[in-house]
Design a protein around this ligand. Structure first.
Ligand code: ATP
Ligand code: IP8
Length: 269
């Protein structure tokens, strides 16, 4: 089994609210189809849909006005579903038969981490020969009422549940750099260890300056790398990179290296 998280930075233009990159999404579908890989679970991120709506309602803020939550929760969920609908349509036209499943209907978090998860529908979709497509979402939370659940966390949890041997995060840059590449003068890191990610996250001594979405992605990804799962971050805006990463060809990008990389094919007992 393989899990691919299609980043919102690729599927949408994050600088423009509700902007869908139809051409890029279609080309990524072509790449997935041409690998012939059937054992695959797809997840997409929020990009200029979910993030934009959640921000508009202040859902990210501590001490948010309670009265705004139900509406913001609903609107953000609807925004994500709109992006899913667009993807399903484009993917279908390209011969990629995805079956969309809403994260908030199968997952409940506790303090932002997935606590309950119902995966039977994902299993049955796969058995039917359909590719499950999930997405980052606003979900119910046992303690906080709701949480914003990233597609990255979903990808990691599903990879563990389904004993994936490989997880690919598709983003709009070539991989992990020593600083945000959009600021210029950054160098691509071809392999990054879980240890150096921990140092960055805990403010330890490291030249890495990773912020926002990328640091959370790396922290999530390290959970998998530590268990020996192959984890890659590749650029979905560059044609052929996702294809190569799926079929296991050498690809420009970043690999996250954990402690038990060799021989591991599944989750721990
Ligand atoms: P989404 O959450 O919408 O699905 P995504 O998963 O596609 O988005 P982001 O969370 O936006 O991706 O992360 C990609 C962005 O991270 C890049 O556009 C890049 O500018 C930024 N970034 C910041 N620091 C770094 C870094 N050190 N290396 C690589 N990218 C970085
Ligand atoms: O883009 C975020 O998912 P992500 C989902 O994978 C929402 O972090 C609702 C913003």
């Amino acid at each position: 089994m393989m899990v691919v998280k299609l980043g919102g930075s690729v599927l949408t233009d994050k600088s423009r609210p509700l902007s869908f990159n139809e051409d890029v999404s279609g080309r990524l579908a072509d790449e997935i189809v041409s690998t012939g890989e059937k054992e695959i679970i797809l997840i997409h991120g929020g990009g200029s849909y979910g993030h934009y709506t959640a921000l508009a309602y202040g859902l990210d803020k501590i001490g948010k006005p309670v009265s705004q939550v139900p509406l913001g929760f609903l609107e953000t969920h609807m925004s994500m579903r709109r992006l899913t609908d667009r993807l399903v349509e484009v993917f279908y036209r390209r011969g990629l038969r995805v079956y969309p499943l809403t994260a908030s209907s199968i997952a409940i978090t506790r303090r932002g981490r997935i606590d309950s998860l119902y995966i039977e529908s994902i299993k049955l979709a796969l058995e039917m020969g359909l590719t499950p497509l999930l997405h980052g979402d606003v979900v119910f939370d046992y303690e906080d009422g709701f949480s914003i659940l990233s597609g990255d966390q979903i990808a990691v949890r599903l990879a563990l549940e389904f004993e994936a041997y490989k997880v690919i995060f598709v983003v709009d840059v070539d991989g992990v750099y020593d600083r945000d590449p959009k600021l210029g003068g950054a160098s691509l890191i071809r392999e990054i260890s879980v240890e150096s990610i921990r140092n960055i996250a805990s403010g330890g001594r490291s030249s890495m300056d990773v912020t926002g979405g990328m640091i959370s992605k790396l922290i999530e990804a390290s959970i998998l790398a530590e268990k020996g799962v192959e984890v890659y971050i590749v650029n979905g805006l560059k044609p052929g990179r996702l294809y190569k990463a799926i079929i296991g060809l050498e690809v420009e990008g970043t690999r996250i290296i954990g402690g038990k990389t060799l021989g591991y094919r599944g989750k721990e007992g």
